[in-house]
Design a protein around this ligand. Structure first.
Ligand code: FAD
Length: 552
């Protein structure tokens, strides 16, 4: 797997474009006041970066080379810069400017659990800091070394641990090495007729170990569960040896060590292997598009689907703002598309009494045998009808499914043009959904108004549960010309995060804590919760050598 661009999302040469989406440039002009046709500002050239010399004592270097051989110990400047940060908006802005952090001194790639153990031992013995690295897609500042770190920093890249080791078909459990990337894992499982069913938007560039260490969630979590539900057993190399949790379905052996490792962001050790739920590849898979007259009708429908006997794989509804954005990103429509769209709009307005500005687009996914899919579609159809929704077929769903892994490139597209776009996501009980949504829209809009900048705020619901759901907010704005972009970003991001915790929601549903969200942790889990976490980290890692400064 090739490493991502050092300055942005995804692979060199792949980028988001407005040119095949005729409605997008006018939409961006309207909502952000931004002319996307103007010349772009490229990132700093790599050769112009000031990369400090590595602080790698000879003894540590020799021990690392002994652990993994010299071929897998790198002080190459590009390797070090790629491993210095993740892909949060703050990371992208600073990398593009050439504003480098405390860059890791060395990147090491172990090829087995024994090698991971030897690397960790070498680092601990040399008073070095260790930062596990999966795909580098962290959006929460989970990878950056502390700015004032004077000890050597070793980035441990798990990329070579990429094998599906075994499948217990009887129990539907698979043993998998932690460094495997999403597509490679699904390829190996599919060859044996199975799937993990975990598809985060970062899927092409994130790993099993990273998902576990951040408590990740994929778009089909309604059916498969979040990674916390999918992971049963773990093997983790810690300062006091290899920690093993057995792959059992449930256990009553005190507080769950497995749960402590989920979301631990490299602070408790290096995950080398996991035993995960797998399921047979579904015979049929389809995502249908639906329209609802308003956000509240759509939310009520999602809640009723979650409360019903229907078991769908995806529930997603965009608010009216995100719906308009989605329509603006349609690729060149054919004449037939345009005619159908005009006829549909007339039908919605005249026959169903929709106000098209309030209309919300939804996707519901179905998987399983043809019989099961048919039954689910009918059950959902009845709920949708009760809430004045309309099924618009599989075309929009198929399109969404195809473009979901391209969307992450849009932040670089905006940064090229001097604008900012980012996300904040949360979860709350069904009863708090509307109050949280209203509070966040008010807080985000208030922050944009206070800055005096033109911006756009939109939201979708995804990941429905028995008791609640995730709300995922996206915001974009054109910062003040000549102003401090990061300071303005902080104003908007903080207003949204604060509205989450002030209104009974969590500071993050699936993006983890890192450094980006750490300031709100106590408000989320209470002061004694933070005391407990600190004790866990300090007890496991008394020298503060495992990814220090993250989470608390
Ligand atoms: C554009 C974009 C879209 C995203 N979409 C989603 C989404 O849909 N769902 C979602 O859940 N997240 C999403 N994320 C966030 C990110 O992809 C997840 O947090 C992901 O789980 C990180 O995996 P990774 O392999 O890239 O880990 P990294 O970014 O490399 O590391 C993340 C953290 O995990 C630790 N870590 C990594 N591997 C190990 C290991 N083997 N052992 C111990 N610690 C380890 C690291 O030290 C770090 O603290 C998105 C991010 C971006 C930028």
């Amino acid at each position: 797997m090739a490493a991502m661009k050092w300055w942005g999302w995804g692979l060199e040469g792949v980028e988001f474009t407005h040119e095949d989406k005729p409605d997008l440039a006018p939409f961006i002009k309207k909502v952000l006041g931004l002319d996307v046709g103007l010349p772009v500002t490229p990132p700093t050239r790599f050769q112009d970066l000031h990369i400090p010399e590595p602080n790698l004592p000879d003894g540590l270097r020799a021990a690392l080379e002994q652990a993994v051989t010299a071929a897998f110990v790198s002080v190459d400047p590009l390797d070090r810069v790629v491993h210095a940060r993740g892909k949060s908006l703050r990371d992208l802005i600073r990398q593009r400017r050439g504003d480098l952090p405390r860059v890791p001194d060395v990147v090491v790639s172990p090829g087995s659990e024994d090698e991971v153990t030897a690397v960790l031992r070498a680092a601990l013995d040399s008073d070095a800091v260790v930062i596990p690295f999966g795909g580098g897609s962290s959006i929460s500042g989970s990878l950056e070394p502390p700015a004032a770190e004077t000890r050597p920093v070793v980035s441990v890249d798990l990329v070579r641990l990429d094998k599906l080791l075994a499948i217990d078909r009887h129990s539907r459990l698979a043993r998998v090495q932690a460094g495997v990337f999403g597509p490679d894992l699904e390829r190996q499982l599919a060859a044996q007729g199975y799937t993990l069913g975990h598809f985060p938007d970062s899927f092409p560039h994130s790993t099993l170990g990273g998902w576990i260490a951040t408590r990740s969630s994929g778009m089909q979590s309604d059916r498969y569960g979040d990674v916390a539900d999918l992971v049963r057993g773990l093997r983790v190399v810690t300062p006091s040896g290899t920690l093993i949790t057995r792959p059992i379905p449930a256990s009553s052996t005190g507080p769950s060590v497995r749960e402590m490792l989920l979301g631990s962001e490299g602070r408790l050790g290096i995950i080398t292997e996991a035993t995960v739920h797998v399921r047979k590849l579904p015979e049929r898979r389809t995502i249908l598009g639906y329209l609802f007259p308003t956000w509240s009708d759509g939310l009520a429908a999602m809640r009723d689907i979650a409360a019903s006997e229907a078991s769908v794989s995806v529930t997603r509804i965009s608010d009216a703002h995100e719906t308009q954005f989605s329509f603006a990103t349609r690729k060149h429509p054919t004449l037939l598309d345009r005619l159908q769209s005009t006829a549909l709009q007339a039908f919605l307005k005249r026959r169903l009494n929709y106000d098209l500005d309030q209309m919300c687009l939804s996707f519901i996914g179905y998987e399983g045998s043809p019989g099961h899919v048919g039954q689910q579609r009918r059950a959902v159809g009845r709920i949708v009808k009760r809430h004045r929704g309309l099924c618009i077929g599989s075309g929009p769903g198929a399109l969404y499914d195809q473009k979901k892994f391209d969307t992450p490139y849009i932040r670089d597209f905006l940064l090229d043009r001097g604008a900012l776009g980012d996300v904040s996501e949360t979860a709350m009980p069904w009863s708090r959904l509307t109050p949280v949504y209203d509070a966040v829209i008010a807080a985000g809009s208030g922050a944009l108004a206070a800055l005096g900048v033109q911006g756009y705020l939109m939201c979708h619901l995804s990941h429905s549960y028995h008791a609640g759901a995730c709300l995922y907010f996206t915001f974009a704005f054109s910062p003040t010309p000549g102003g401090d972009m990061i300071a303005e970003y902080d104003v908007v991001k903080s207003a949204i995060q604060q509205a989450f915790v002030d209104n009974g929601a969590t500071l993050s549903h699936h993006h983890a804590v890192g450094t980006e969200h750490a300031q709100w942790l106590e408000q989320d889990i209470s002061a004694p919760g933070v005391v407990m976490l600190k004790a866990l980290f300090e007890g496991t890692d008394p020298g503060k050598q495992l990814n220090p400064g993250k989470i608390v």
